[in-house]
Design a protein around this ligand. Structure first.
Ligand code: FES
Length: 90
C-alpha cells in the first residue's frame, strides 16, 4: 500500500510505500529533498504538513506547539495517508 505526497511550493508528486520514510521515498525517486543525517538529529529535513497524517517509530524532538503547527521530520515520518507538505513558512 502506498500514499501520495505533494511537495509544495513546487507541487512535486511522489509516492511513499508502506515501511518507507517520506525522505527515503523522495530520495529513491530522485527528488531533491533537503537532508543530512537521516536519523532525526540535524533538522535539515524539517517541513510542515498541510494535510494528512504521519506516524513515527521513533518520536522526533518536537514541542507540542510545533506538532500543532504540523512540523515533521521527513527522515523519521511514515505516511499514514496521502500528504501535502511544504518547505514554505507561509
Ligand atoms: S535528515 Fe537530519 S533530521 Fe532528518
Amino acid at each position: 500500500m502506498s500514499h501520495q505526497v505533494v511537495l509544495r511550493p513546487q507541487n512535486i508528486v511522489f509516492s511513499v510505500q508502506q515501511g518507507q520514510t517520506v525522505l527515503e521515498a523522495a530520495l529513491n525517486q530522485n527528488i531533491v529533498f533537503p537532508h543530512r543525517c537521516q536519523v532525526g538529529a540535524c533538522a535539515a529535513c524539517l517541513c510542515r504538513i498541510e494535510s494528512g497524517q504521519v506516524s513515527y517509530q521513533l518520536e522526533p524532538l518536537l514541542t507540542e506547539k510545533e506538532k500543532e503547527q504540523g512540523w515533521m521530520f521527513s527522515c523519521l515520518a511514515y505516511a499514514e495517508s496521502d500528504l501535502v507538505i511544504t518547505f514554505s513558512d507561509e
